[in-house]
Design a protein around this ligand. Structure first.
Ligand code: CA
Length: 222
């Protein structure tokens, strides 16, 4: 999953970047409203963390313009303390959730997970596919209860697929959702990640749909 963090306070931006990457996300950063607006218009983010008090273009305007342009990604706004009117304006502008500064990073991570789950139509924090269970809270994958060791990229590929069981996901879609913007992207490496995942997962779980992409096939639980 790929997340855009829009925050102009450098210290908080770094804290968010570190925490979200540690939780397994690819993270893009924007420090002003203009860069944020552009990134959110052209990149397919799985969620956005948007500070409302921003230089150049304020966060509320950025959000309104995304929504007016038909951008539907989940957005969590960060509001100043005691600014209840900001929350109302933000939700009316299309925010899906809000957090008041200062906040606990654990709460932000939980809210981001919930937004991504809801957007994918998943209610449970544990995604199961046959004997494979992905615990979104711990960013951990088990097979029959045994913990699987995955690289960050392998985890992101599996995480993306497990939020969409049975759906065909193209290689280019995977590329857009597992790499941050500044990363040297190569869609051929997706095949490498999928190949490695297949060796770690039960056979047949990641199907290749010729010419289209990949599909997660979940065997019925016995
Ligand atoms: Ca700010």
């Amino acid at each position: 999953m790929r997340i855009l963090v829009v925050e102009d306070e450098p210290r908080l931006a770094v804290q968010l970047d570190v925490a979200l990457r540690a939780a397994g996300y690819a993270v893009d950063l924007a420090a002003d409203g203009r860069n944020a607006l552009h990134a959110g218009e052209v990149e397919p983010y799985d969620a956005v963390v948007l500070d409302l008090g921003l230089p150049v273009i304020d966060g509320l305007t950025v959000l309104q313009r995304w929504r007016a342009a038909g951008r539907t990604m989940p957005v969590l706004i960060l509001t100043a303390r005691d600014a209840w009117h900001e929350k109302v304006a933000g939700i009316d502008a299309g925010a899906d959730d809000y957090l008041t500064k200062p906040f606990h990073m654990e709460e932000l991570l939980a809210r981001v997970r919930a937004l991504i789950r809801r957007a994918a139509g998943q209610a449970d924090t544990r995604l199961a596919c046959g004997p494979v269970v992905l615990d979104t809270r711990a960013s951990r994958v088990t097979v029959d209860g045994r913990v699987l060791t995955l690289t960050g990229h392998e985890f992101r590929v599996l995480d993306y697929l497990m939020h969409r069981p049975g759906e065909i996901v193209s290689r280019s879609e995977l590329v857009e959702h597992i790499y941050a913007q500044d990363y040297d992207r190569d869609s051929n490496t997706i095949e490498v990640f999928v190949g490695r995942l297949r060796k770690k997962l039960p056979p047949g779980m990641i199907e290749t749909v010729r010419g289209l992409g990949y599909r997660l096939a979940c065997p019925p639980q016995t």
